[in-house]
Ligand binder design. Structure first.
Ligand code: NAD
Ligand code: WQD
Length: 346
């Protein structure tokens, strides 16, 4: 692990009140890193900051503002000298919404990134971890997909912002005096074991696991399985689901790699998945197994834009970051279910 002194290495986590950000703040604080969070709460709640405090014993410093505000972002960096790294989660992430509101996505996801990079350059903050996505690969020609696989034409404005963000970072590192690691997440699911933090989807969930847990809780009538005629062993689509706590730990490993001087280039990219693919049917079965509930399911046509199958080659992340996902699909489903039950109890 790290040779740096964690307590002297303050980390800015943008979007730190959100789903993946909040779990990452927990892991960072548990490793002794001081954390400052920026979030405008456009897709999260202020209470998450207190929950992080309950889990770790330390409430992170919190600043609420919109990172697309250039002067506010610049003022933040000027007021916070000596940051060791930035982990940049803040972005909009709803693929479907981005189809109808592309400019909302380009403005938020790209303008906030540029403002953060300018702030880092001006304040001489040397290390950036960026939230990218397996969506940049589209449907890969070869599986498991490696980091060297081609980035395919984006299907959604959201996916396009991830591709563009990676390019913006790649072309800015040298000029801005920073090193960066982009982590390409596969499908993050599950929640913290405390059931104090987890995913908070607004409205009807677009993603599989929150839809499953809300259906089991009686909030949705029935899960629609999108497509049973895929060329996969059971006909349903396959993804690489990763527990959000494992994903959070990959961020700590990425920060340590850069801080310890182990990075081999100014800009590196790593897949963050488990390396295993699971079909929609397997996910439903795992959920039913751990929850002891039978899910009402109907089988419908494919969802437009969905790829058939994807799972990660994680060997590069294993070698470079010394990181590996540890939690099983059953653990992912059980933690997601406990989180849903905790939400119902609120
Ligand atoms: P999330 O919506 O829960 O968290 C994002 C946080 O950023 C929210 O708290 C939101 O309020 C904040 N935010 C958004 N725009 C902001 C702005 N302009 N200024 C300040 N705060 C802002 O999403 P998440 O699932 O935690 O995703 C985190 C990152 O990971 C995003 O960049 C997302 O695109 C990426 N990602 C997510 C997934 C996934 O399936 N969840 C997969 C791949 C990549
Ligand atoms: C998983 C599988 C659905 C809902 C999305 C983004 C991707 C990344 C992760 C950010 C698919 C099926 C789903 C339902 C279903 N995010 N499904 N019934 O589409 O793999 O990836 O989140 O970067 O960019 O596109 O995730 O959870 O929506 O779907 O049958 O009600 O579950 O068809 O096969 P997806 P998902």
């Amino acid at each position: 692990m790290a040779t740096i002194e964690a307590r002297d290495f303050k980390i800015l986590v943008t979007g730190g009140a959100g789903y993946i950000g909040s779990h990452t703040v927990v892991e960072l604080q548990q490793q002794g890193f001081p954390v400052v969070v920026i979030d405008d709460l456009s897709n999260s709640r202020a209470s998450v900051i207190g929950r992080i405090g309950e889990i770790t014993g330390v409430e992170p410093e919190f600043h609420r503002f919109d990172l697309t505000d250039r002067s506010r972002t610049a003022a933040f960096f000027a007021d916070h000298p000596g940051l060791g790294a930035v982990i940049h989660f803040a972005a909009f992430k709803a693929v479907g919404e981005s189809m109808g509101a592309p400019l909302k996505y380009y403005r938020n996801n790209l303008a906030s990134l540029v403002n953060v990079l300018e702030g880092m350059r001006d304040a001489r903050v040397g290390n950036l971890v960026f939230s990218s996505s397996c969506t940049v690969y589209g449907q890969p020609d070869e599986l498991p997909v490696r980091e060297t696989s081609p980035v395919k034409d984006a299907w959604s404005p959201y996916g396009n912002t991830k591709q563009m963000s990676e390019q913006i970072i790649r072309f800015s590192t040298a000029a801005c005096g920073i090193r960066a690691i982009a982590l390409r997440y596969f499908n993050p699911v599950g929640a913290h074991g405390s059931a104090l933090i987890g995913e908070l989807p607004l409205g009807v969930p677009a993603n599989l696991v929150p839809f499953i847990t809300q259906t089991a809780a009686g909030r949705r009538e029935c899960l629609s399985v999108f497509g049973t005629d895929y060329p996969t062993p059971d006909g349903t689509a396959i993804r690489d689901y990763i527990h959000v706590v494992d994903l959070a730990k990959a961020h700590v490993a990425a920060v340590c790699r850069m801080a310890d001087g182990r990075a081999q280039a100014d800009f590196e990219v790593f897949n963050v998945g488990t390396g295993d693919g699971h079909s929609v049917r397997e996910v439903v079965q795992a959920f039913e197994r751990v929850s002891g509930r039978k899910l009402p399911v109907r089988y419908v046509g494919r969802r437009p834009g969905d790829i058939v199958e994807v799972w990660a080659d994680t060997s590069l992340a294993g070698e470079a970051l010394g990181w590996k996902a540890e939690k099983t699909l059953d653990e992912m489903m059980l933690s997601a279910w406990r989180w849903q039950q905790a939400l119902e109890g609120q």
